[in-house]
Design a protein around this ligand. Structure first.
Ligand code: ZN
Length: 246
């Protein structure tokens, strides 16, 4: 059984629909979404409708909370704040309600094993911290007991691995075979605003039988997504960064 895990769509409908088509072509039916459906991009309603029509396995992201008043925007940089305010004005009451009700994490059974899915970190997800170093990964591994945790938030795909002695390393950034005696925190990257220097949309395919996770990168119509951002009056920087993937 394979499932797709996507994160950080950020109102980028062009990236989302291209990723969903890639998932469909692979014959994958089960989709999980790790939050930040909205914020930055110019099509929050389109993205919300699209993803909620396909799955209810969705966690909240900080930008989802920022757009609906659940998070103080002073923690956002100027462009993120402007985009959150713009998004808040665009969403209707029903859409806002949908975002407000998203859980902070999911703990689904996938073929008899429980996994964690969370936007930021397994420990205190509401603090919206990032896992960017081995020390931070090591700390997070101590805070959950499951073998596998999927995250987003940094917009950079990476596989953190923890050996039986609690020692952490990076097991890769594109593909990993999951060893039985190890635990993993897997960052699936961002569909709508990648920040690892590769502008292609990112998502993960998890093959539970083979115990493999593969990061898929998909080219999409960046130009149309940029045009929409400019037309909406959102900061130009939010359009520019899509072309360079930072
Ligand atoms: Zn994000």
């Amino acid at each position: 059984m394979r499932c797709a895990i996507i994160s950080d769509i950020h109102g980028n409908h062009e990236a989302l629909t291209t990723v969903l088509e890639d998932i469909r072509q692979k014959g994958i039916k089960d989709i999980f979404c790790l939050g930040d459906i909205v914020g930055y991009g110019a099509d929050p309603s389109g993205c919300l409708a699209e993803i909620c029509g396909l799955t209810d396995m969705i966690t909240a992201g900080n930008h989802d909370h920022g757009a609906v008043g659940l998070l103080d925007l002073s923690s956002f940089n100027l462009n993120a704040r402007k985009a959150a305010e713009w998004t808040g004005k665009k969403l209707n009451a029903r859409e806002k309600d949908l975002l407000k009700k998203l859980p902070l994490f999911l703990n689904p059974f996938v073929q008899g094993e429980k996994f964690i899915m969370v936007h930021s970190t397994p420990n205190r997800p509401e603090a919206w911290q990032y896992i960017l170093s081995l020390d931070e990964a090591e700390y997070q591994f101590e805070k959950f007991s499951e073998r596998l945790c999927f995250v987003g938030h940094s917009h950079q795909p990476v596989f953190w691995e923890c050996d039986p002695h609690g020692k952490c390393s990076i097991a890769g950034r594109e593909y990993v075979h999951l060893e039985k005696d190890r635990r993993y925190i897997i960052n699936v990257g961002s569909t709508g605003q990648p920040r690892d220097g590769d502008p292609r949309a990112s998502y993960a395919v998890f093959d539970r039988e083979r115990m493999e996770v593969t990061i898929r990168r998909v080219e999409y119509d960046i130009y149309s997504a940029q045009e929409k951002i400019i037309r909406a009056g959102l900061p130009a920087r939010l359009a520019e960064r899509l072309a360079i993937g930072i």
